[in-house]
Design a protein around this ligand. Sequence first.
Ligand code: GCO
Length: 461
Amino acid sequence: MNFPETFAWGAAAASYQIEGAAFEDGKGLSVWDVVCRRPGKIWSGNTGDVGCDHYHNYEEDVRLMKEIGLRAYRLSISWPRVIPGGVGAVNPKGLAFYDRLVDKLLENHISPWITLFHWDYPQALYLKGGWLNRDSADWFADYAAVIVDALSDRVSRWMPQNEPQCFIGMGHHTGEIAPCLTLSDAEALVAAHHSLLAHGKAVQMIRAQARIRPFIGCAPVGNVCIPETKDPGGIEAARKEMFSCNKRGFWSNTWFADPLFLGKYPEDGLDVFGSDMPFVPDGDMEIIRQPLDFFGVNIYGGRVVRATDDGGIVEVPPQDGPPLTATLWNVVPEALYWGPRFFYERYGLPIVITENGMAGCDWIHVDGCVHDPQRIDFMSRYLDQYRRAITDGVKAEGYFVWSIMDNFEWMQGFKCRFGIIHVDYATKKRVLKDSALWYRAVIASNGACIPKVEMHSGNNM
Ligand code: GCO
């Protein structure tokens, strides 16, 4: 079986990572503008102040998307660019940028898929307590209303938030990303709950106000478990591990997805957090569980696990010298089989891979091209597995490669290059990498040109 004829072949990016213009045309501060100015926080002192400067180069960028033949582009909106104070007055120049960008995409027959929040939280609201303040859910819904009012006559695909596991877990619990807070479990649980409430209120707002039929989903981290053995017991062990929430922390799939799709927190998570759980007012879980149209998920890799004789589950370490990307992430193509399969089984909605890709050690070669064979092989193997999941019954609606262009990789600054388009940050020159040209052929053939990897033929990773 091949990919569906209407499959959304896309690429993704995020406002703070590519736009630049951080202090231009009335944009307000985000927590990333502030954290980037804290000495030693970001690799080599990089900031998103200018970076790819997509804000001034969006027409060239959309032209390149068209050249690649993208059917869809996943962008995020900078909340403080549109509402500088986070609430209240709208910045017309900020809104006008997205209005122009959406029109340019549609002019080139590229469907805009919008993420409302991809981590660049308004600093002004952070100073009012941010996600710790229960009002944050209404602040977010009011922001959603502004975007829906401006763009929903042309935009139909929506994801309220990107990766709460990161912006809550890493941003508010471990402190690894902006706003770099190390709150107690109890406080981080409050922030997590408010972010879920915000998701629900934003979905209600989109459903109520969208001017064309909205298709709404999510974009969490996808923590995939892969069965070492493919017998029923091995598969059940991987499924159980993937949907367990038995550690204090926020990296879980179910802590954020079960409330959205099942209307309740996972029991094992409630047990492990115990008395640290916040008070949940009546009605909250009903607000959080709004009907959604797709299960979008960001998948890069996975853990191989096996069941032990005593009923436990252990992780199987990768073989010595595993294939690694430039960020030292393992290359695990089967993650794009088992992830879509297990998520589809649990939540029952069509799957969209809202992010998948790799960082490479890419540069412009002497011939003026950017040869990135690793990325082509990576994407080819992952997409072959995704196709296998579709063949085995998973309903899938799209794939967004991360990323359309090299960009600001958060605390790693510009060290890592994830794009299928190379960006020279000094000159802003864009060069399509070989992977972009390869992806063009994939899209043109609707995936038919991707070779089928015979499993266990010795060339599996
Ligand atoms: C994420 C974010 C992206 C990252 C990408 C590479 O998943 O962490 O959505 O903004 O840049 O995934 O790490």
